[in-house]
Design a protein around this ligand. Structure first.
Ligand code: ADP
Ligand code: MG
Length: 477
């Protein structure tokens, strides 16, 4: 047995990992589960045409085991496995790892962010483990192999037995706890359960673990501990389901749970797309603005999944600023799991998806305005200001999207009126749109000039927000 050195760029990445900030470390679990799921996908796909695989979909699973005594966390799959050569090529260098763009500059700040946002695959295990062991047997091969590494210098590969057959078992020997970092949290079943829920809930194969339940019977009696194998993930994401299977209540519950809102949303948009871009999206228009919405701290964005695996908590590039209040998830198989933020921003598919989403949000809002005016006006009172900023700040680029969504109070009956409505009831001799600016509706109504225009039978829009006049000027220019 011989120890081989990691390639130079792998070393650098490993270094980066070890120094990554704590909250990012937990994504290692997502990464190994997603690899396990990929491996199962491959063998499952093979099984559809190759009867020698001898497995059906329900046979495939990912198993997690916690061993507190030995401080190990084990994830195993019965997927396609790896040959000796695969081990060498796939785990020996990160160059093969998806489309991870290795950054050449030395700006650790950004690197750390990449880890948090996207993860960097298998190597992320070294953020929490002092030793990683991979035991694997490839489909179609007789011999199993064991790959071991401390993540610092290199790795070893040796022949071994794997009595449970084809697939891969990854064992992480967790690092020792320090004052700042408690790696033993990954030996806690509740923590593992919640991480699977958070990041891997929608993996298509069951993720199982033996879970202990403590029952407290009568007082004074010893509690009983029951153990049971449980599936931790729900397997089908709500956005993958058919609309006909889902009720408003299902949509709303998911929204409130996922985005931590205690009020149901105004409406949702569930769209499935195939063609130039393949993706499923489930978007929500919230009923109320988060407390920091109109501040600099607010971060817009949609949760981004790649084939059921979350790759980004808030992908800002999916939403224009004028729709920054929208919450939701986008799941696309066109995007690679390990894509870096820089590459993602330039990604053609992502741009197409963003354009489509903008259109559907606009259409949904116009529909709401048409069919449920009251609801729309309530929504508009919360988020309408954003549209005006949108028109103003985009120098008119957002005109087409937003012009029919705008509303202003007017002299007609004091109620809100859209520009379309205004124009549709303009007098025949009226050539212009009239507006008057003031702090409040009441103040505007006391303006002497207003009477003159009203006497002609012309309607006057009331501009009570500073941005109103700027926005309209951008629009008519
Ligand atoms: P990526 O998943 O983007 O390819 P990773 O670093 O996560 O990058 O994994 C590197 C490679 O190692 C995978 O592409 C795959 O070939 C192999 N691999 C990792 N885990 C497994 C597994 N559980 N079963 C089979 N192959 C695996
Ligand atoms: Mg991976």
């Amino acid at each position: 047995m011989q120890t081989k050195e990691f390639k130079a760029e792998s070393k650098r990445l490993l270094d980066m990992m070890i120094n990554s900030i704590y909250t990012h470390k937990e994504i290692f679990l997502r990464e190994i589960i997603s690899n396990a799921s990929d491996a199962i996908d491959k063998l499952y796909f093979k099984s559809l045409t190759d009867t020698s695989v001898g497995m059906k979909k329900s046979d495939f699973a990912i198993n997690i085991a916690i061993d507190k005594e030995n401080r190990t966390l084990t994830v195993s799959d019965n997927g396609i496995g790896m040959t000796e050569e695969d081990l060498e090529n796939n785990l020996g260098t990160i160059a093969n790892s998806g489309s991870f763009a290795f950054k050449k500059d030395n700006d650790l700040g950004d690197d750390v962010d990449i880890i948090g946002q996207f993860g960097v695959g298998f190597y992320s295990t070294f953020m929490v483990a002092k030793e990683v062991t991979v035991v694997t047997k490839a489909f179609g091969s007789e011999q199993a192999y064991k790959w071991t590494s401390d993540g610092v210098e290199g790795y070893t590969i040796e022949e071994c037995d794997k009595p449970d057959g084809v697939g891969t078992t990854i064992t992480l020997k967790l690092k020792d706890d320090t004052d700042d970092e408690k790696y033993s949290t990954y030996l806690d079943q509740y923590q593992i359960q919640s991480l699977v829920k958070k990041y891997s809930d929608y993996i298509r194969f069951p993720i199982r673990m033996e879970v202990e339940h403590t029952h407290y019977n009568e007082e004074g009696k010893e509690p009983e501990v029951h153990k049971a194998i449980e599936t931790l993930n729900s397997m089908t994401p709500i956005w993958k389901k058919n609309k006909s299977e889902l009720k408003d209540e299902d949509y709303n519950n998911f929204y409130m749970e996922k985005f931590g809102d205690y009020e149901p949303p105004v409406t949702h948009i569930h769209s499935k797309n195939e063609g130039v871009a393949t993706y499923d999206a489930l978007l929500y228009i919230p009923a109320r603005a988060p407390f920091d919405y109109y501040s600099k701290d607010y971060e817009k964005g949609l949760q981004l999944y790649s084939s059921g695996v979350m790759i980004m908590e808030k992908c800002a590039d999916l939403l224009p600023d004028w729709f920054s209040f929208v919450k939701g998830v986008v799941d696309s198989e066109d995007l690679s799991l390990n894509i870096s933020r820089e590459l993602l921003q330039q990604d053609r598919q992502l741009k197409i998806i963003a354009k489509n989403l903008e259109k559907s949000i606009k259409n949904e809002l116009e529909k709401l305005l048409k069919n449920d005016r009251e609801k729309y006006e309530k929504f508009y009172s919360v988020f309408g200001l954003q549209f005006k900023f949108g028109i103003y700040q985009s120098y008119g680029a957002a005109n087409e999207t937003l012009k029919d969504l705008l509303m202003f109070p007017s002299s007609f009956d004091g109620k809100n009126v859209t520009l379309k409505e205004y124009v549709s009831r303009m007098k025949e001799d009226q050539k212009e749109i009239y507006y008057a600016c003031g702090e409040t509706k009441e103040r505007i109504e006391m303006l002497p000039q207003l009477e003159k225009i009203k006497d002609k039978g012309y309607e006057v829009l009331y501009f009570t927000q500073d941005v109103d006049e700027f926005a309209i000027k951008v629009m008519i220019n």
